[in-house]
Design a protein. Structure first.
Length: 220
């Protein structure tokens, strides 16, 4: 990754973000249709862009296009950490009974300098809780700018494949692939991907969902 293109204000501003909660189950009721639950932060909560233009909506649109009965429930919150996600997950699993859980968390932990070991523990617990309900889990890998030093940066990057391997879940190696190196794909805050970037984020996730295509095409 070319570190020269990391948004310069990423670290300074992301900590101060206000919470924005997008808890919208798209389509019909999750009680009648199989559900994909998204647990993420501002990258998945449509922060700073028009409602309905984010990658999560593009994912739902793709499912509708191919005649799938699946619905997407977005429980992402701007500023969310792995600890916050872990706290909220049990009730969300109970309420929405998802068959697939997509975890896009951890970046805020690292940008705040929190313990990577604790982040790993939190994400591992989220994976275990999801699997216990019978849900498939897709883990979205994250990376941080090199400002934190080579050792910390590498340890954080390696966290995701380590978890995916040990917990035997599917992995998207880097959620922001194709976006983070292009400053034209960021909003004016130089932190958050803009609307043009959403198609790339969606394509990254959709490609990683290849193992689920048979499930998604099944009629419920």
């Amino acid at each position: 990754m070319n570190k020269n293109y990391w948004p310069v204000l990423w670290i300074r501003k992301i900590i101060g973000l206000g919470l924005f909660c997008l808890l919208i189950p798209f389509g019909t009721s999750a009680q009648s249709n199989p559900t994909i639950l998204i647990m993420g932060d501002s990258l998945s909560a449509e922060y700073g862009i028009e409602r309905g233009s984010g990658w999560v909506t593009l994912l739902q649109n793709q499912l509708i296009k191919q005649g799938s009965s699946w619905t997407v429930s977005n429980a992402s919150i701007s500023g969310e950490t792995s600890a916050g996600g872990l706290t909220r997950l049990p009730s969300l699993l109970s309420q929405r009974s998802p068959k697939i859980v997509i975890l896009e968390l951890g970046a805020n932990d690292a940008l705040r300098g929190l313990s990577i070991d604790q982040t790993e523990k939190n994400l591992r617990s989220m994976i275990a809780l999801s699997k216990k309900t019978g849900a498939k889990v897709l883990l979205l890998g994250m990376q941080i700018p090199p400002n934190y030093g080579q050792e910390y940066t590498k340890k954080f990057k390696d966290l995701y494949p380590k978890l995916a391997s040990s917990e035997k879940v599917d992995l998207l190696p880097f959620f922001m692939s194709g976006v983070v190196t292009n400053k034209e794909l960021f909003q004016t805050d130089n932190i958050h991907p803009n609307e043009k970037a959403q198609i790339l984020l969606y394509k990254n996730v959709w490609g990683a969902m290849a193992p689920y295509q048979e499930m998604l095409s099944k009629k419920y």
